[in-house]
Ligand binder design. Sequence first.
Ligand code: FE
Length: 283
Amino acid sequence: MIVRKVQKSLHGVPTTEGAGVHLKRAFGYAEAPQFDPFLMLDDFHSSNPDEYLAGFPWHPHRGIETITYLLEGVVEHGDSMGNSGVIAAGDVQWMTAGSGIIHQEMPRESPTGTIWGFQFWANLPAAQKMIPPRYQEVKAATIPELLLAGGVTVKIIAGTLGGVRGPVTDLAIEPEMLDISLPPDTVYEHPLPRGRTAFAYLLSGEAGFDDTGEISRRETVLLFDHGGDLVRVRTKGVPVRFLFVAGDPLGEPVAWGGPIVMNTREELRVAFDEYEKGTFIKS
Ligand code: FE
């Protein structure tokens, strides 16, 4: 078994998105080619309503999946098809935009005073960019939590571990999305088939994410190389909690225009033209 090496380690960069939501972008446009099939990861974490209440008013998506995982607070969403709902603490919304959706995502004043969540984007293969939109809404209580030897806990949102399958399924990139907590002084090994892209994002604590002895801390994203079949995480004096996300790379051309990601400039032009003309929504 060969241990994956950390190929890239990046700290979130403060930025504002939507109508003025303060967030940290762990990776995005410039780094996306290395993260294929993943495009972007944002961490929004604030106890100041002025930094998040403006939200993400009506905007389109096509050609991608947007995945929202909320740890604290409440986000209301609504879309062009008349769907609406609330994402609460611990919930996941896996939205496959496919041919197109126009939606808004609006954080509400948090009951705890703090909002903390993540959104990452996964690219769709060319053959599926124009499929009908689909939601997989996952409530916190339905996410299986696996307790492993040594006090390791793993929430399985997508993928299969220890014979337990996460609720998010039937996606081309075969995603794995786990929320993993390790106690201090632990070595955790996670199988990862060769060739799959995987990253970890630290929510709290610190740990080593390969065998180099390098220690990473919160708000860092770690991209693993493609050459091994195992990820090894080592904690010392403090516990660590991290998101672990993996998927099959697409290896296709990317034409990215804001919230729309296609394969060619022409497809992008058509998408924005249709949005302008009001013919963007296909189903
Ligand atoms: Fe959106």
